[in-house]
Design a protein around this ligand. Structure first.
Ligand code: GEK
Length: 263
């Protein structure tokens, strides 16, 4: 089954930046973005589909049914933090993972009510019998229950840098021994020449996916000071600081990378 959060059957084309915007307009996850989000993320994030496709495979290896649900059954609790429309949650439930209906308890959290309202509808339509809770909350200061897996897919990058360590600390503390964090981010290398090349090829990628110069520059301006990237070294260093004794980069596509950290 295709992922309804990432492949809209009636595709709503992303035309958020087709008209010149006020230079000061900041990017926000509002109704306009929600409406075209599956198209936007697919055409804007290199490797998005491949990264999601590995989530059930990782979950199958590392989720150890560390919790007991309200019916007394052992389940693996998974958090999808910054879930948007639930793309990662739905990827976990696809056939690659081979999880039974009652094996996972998923808590999908996002700060944008427009996102969580639509995620709730999509998840209810597609997975009515699964144990999935959609929560509208800021992941900073959000209390996590003990869990086996946490997914932070393209979300940490939207938090102010000074808040990132505390969020990761809370995740580390909540994970059961043997649990994993999958952290996917837009990154930079810190080398001026390499970064210039990566960013230019990223814009080529967007052009190849149908975005115009106006759309590319409009989004770049709107994301300034909203999406702040770190280097892979900074990420691994932070993961180590909060207690993860092992983390590695398992996927990289231009300036996007996904890491896995093991507790
Ligand atoms: C996917 N993971 O499809 N607390 C909670 N949510 C937040 C916060 C916060 N403080 N700040 C931003 N968000 C998804 C894609 S999108 C990535 C994630 C992108 C949310 C925000 O509302 C948005 O839904 C999400 O983080 C980032 O696998 O659009 O590039």
């Amino acid at each position: 089954m295709s992922n309804p959060a990432t492949t809209d059957s009636a595709v709503v084309y992303d035309n958020v930046f087709t008209t010149p915007l006020d230079k000061a307009a900041r990017f926000s996850f509002d109704e306009q973005v929600v409406a075209c989000f599956p198209d936007m993320i697919r055409r804007s994030v290199p490797g998005y589909g491949q990264m999601l496709a590995m989530l059930p495979i990782f979950a199958k290896r590392h989720c150890q049914a560390g919790q007991v649900n309200s019916e007394g059954k052992r389940v693996s609790r998974v958090y999808d933090l910054g879930c948007s429309l639930g793309g990662a949650t739905m990827a976990l439930l696809n056939e690659k993972g081979g999880f039974g209906k009652e094996e996972l308890q998923i808590k999908a959290v996002d700060i944008s009510p427009a996102m969580t309202q639509k995620a709730e509808v999509l998840l209810q339509e597609n997975y009515p019998e699964h144990d999935i809770e959609v929560i509208t909350a800021d992941i900073r200061g959000f209390e996590l229950e003990p869990c086996d897996m946490v997914i932070l897919n393209l979300t940490l990058q939207f938090l102010p840098p000074e808040d990132r360590t505390q969020v990761l600390q809370n995740i580390y503390n909540a994970l059961n021994d043997g649990g994993i964090l999958v952290l996917t981010e837009k990154t930079h290398t810190g080398d001026e020449q390499d970064d210039a090349w990566l960013v230019e090829r990223y814009y080529d990628f967007k052009r190849a996916n149908g975005y115009s110069e106006l759309e590319i520059s409009g989004k770049r301006n709107a994301l300034e000071n909203v999406l702040i990237t770190d280097t892979l070294d900074q990420h691994h260093q932070r993961l180590s600081e909060v207690g993860f004794n092992r983390s590695l980069t398992w996927f990289q596509f231009l300036n996007f990378a996904s890491m896995i950290a093991f507790k």
